[in-house]
Design a protein around this ligand. Structure first.
Ligand code: NDP
Length: 322
């Protein structure tokens, strides 16, 4: 009789995904994705990994029978997909199923940053309304803003569509212009930052975007500038951002992602003009369940039909072994 395929699952994983993996595969837990924790049994049996990112080349090399890494999440900057592709290992992610949820969160974070919803609610709950009177007028507004999107992909487009309903002009920067869009294209991030007063980053993390949002970009955004990051923390020079917020180079920032999660720099925590969320872009039960299903469906499709559902570009050419 054939043994069920062994799937390595590092750390604490999504409960729904774990339940489905256990029904189809043999799940092997490991405390964290660390090659020094790989046992002989793992080396001999593991053919798949289900993870929240965090898979480096050394771990792949430590698992000679590894065929597929099913990443939970659309961003896979912490999986060495290039190394996987070069070594015949498939990598899949979870695009589309989270797009609208993340776009909703982006709009919520933008409005909260500009109109101070959190501080106003805290004012009410703390008794400020009764004791002191009305909450102070917000210094900032969405009215009259011009929005730039850094990363006009699936989520960027869903954000842009929402902003159209807000009657705000949208433009964007990608490495390549997207044909057929009604939004202005800027060939450089600096050009985009100069043209707008509100910059939303939904570009992927990784080397190509590392600290792309730096002092120069923030100063191009200007003193009325609002910066929102829902992409990856690595894309921002956090020290430069904290300085820009403190000295009025820009007006405010809304951040869902940070360079060293869960650690948020004290300067950003203490700044009066930041709105901070603990990486909750896609974090509803509804959407996380859909992501879990797509993550596990990729494993099932690979091991039953030898075909991934949503391979990442670096590994689309990878062919099943044997
Ligand atoms: P897509 O791949 O559809 O879009 C990414 C866009 O970014 C593309 O349009 C791409 O265009 C552009 N881009 C990529 N690299 C660069 C670069 N170096 N310079 C300029 N533009 C670049 O991805 P999604 O929209 O589905 O997701 C985007 C990212 O959002 C994810 O990678 C993830 O990091 C983040 N995310 C965050 C979440 C959260 O909870 N906060 C939840 C979900 C996703 P081009 O290739 O032409 O440059």
């Amino acid at each position: 009789e054939q043994q069920p395929v062994a799937i390595l699952v590092p750390g604490h994983f999504n409960d729904h995904a774990v339940g489905r993996i256990d029904r189809t595969f043999r799940r092997i837990g490991i405390e964290r994705a660390d090659p020094s924790l790989v046992t002989d049994e793992m080396r001999e049996t593991v053919r798949g990994i289900a993870c929240f990112g965090g898979i480096n080349a050394a771990l792949m090399d430590a698992l000679p029978r590894l065929e597929i890494i099913a990443n939970f999440g659309v961003g896979y900057d912490s999986v060495d997909a290039r190394h996987a592709g070069q070594n015949g290992i498939m990598v899949t992610n979870t695009p589309d199923v989270l797009t609208e949820e993340v776009a909703d969160t982006t709009i919520g974070l933008l409005i909260n940053t500009v109109r101070e919803m959190y501080a106003a609610e805290k004012w009410l709950r703390d008794g400020g309304w009764v004791k002191t009177g009305h909450y102070p007028l917000s210094r900032l507004t969405l009215r009259g803003r011009s929005v730039g999107i850094f990363g006009m992909g699936r989520i960027g487009l869903a954000v842009a569509r929402r902003l159209e309903a807000f009657a705000l002009p949208v433009s964007y920067h990608n490495r390549r212009k997207v044909e057929g869009l009604p939004y202005g294209y800027h060939a450089t991030l600096k050009g985009l930052a100069e043209a707008v007063d509100t910059l939303i980053c939904i570009a992927p993390g990784g080397a190509a975007t590392e600290k792309a949002i730096n002092a120069e970009i923030l100063s191009a955004l200007g003193p009325n500038g609002v910066f929102v990051n829902i992409g990856r923390g690595s894309t921002v020079d956090e020290a430069a951002l904290a300085a820009a917020l403190a000295n009025g180079t820009i007006a405010a920032a809304g951040l869902d992602v940070f360079a060293d999660e869960p650690n948020v720099p004290r300067a950003l925590l203490e700044a009066p003009n930041t709105s901070l969320l603990p990486h909750v872009g896609s974090a509803s039960e509804h959407t996380r369940r859909a992501m879990a299903d797509l993550c596990v469906d990729n494993l099932i499709s690979w091991f039953s039909e030898r075909r991934p559902l949503t391979p990442v570009p670096e590994t689309v050419e990878v062919k099943p072994r044997g």
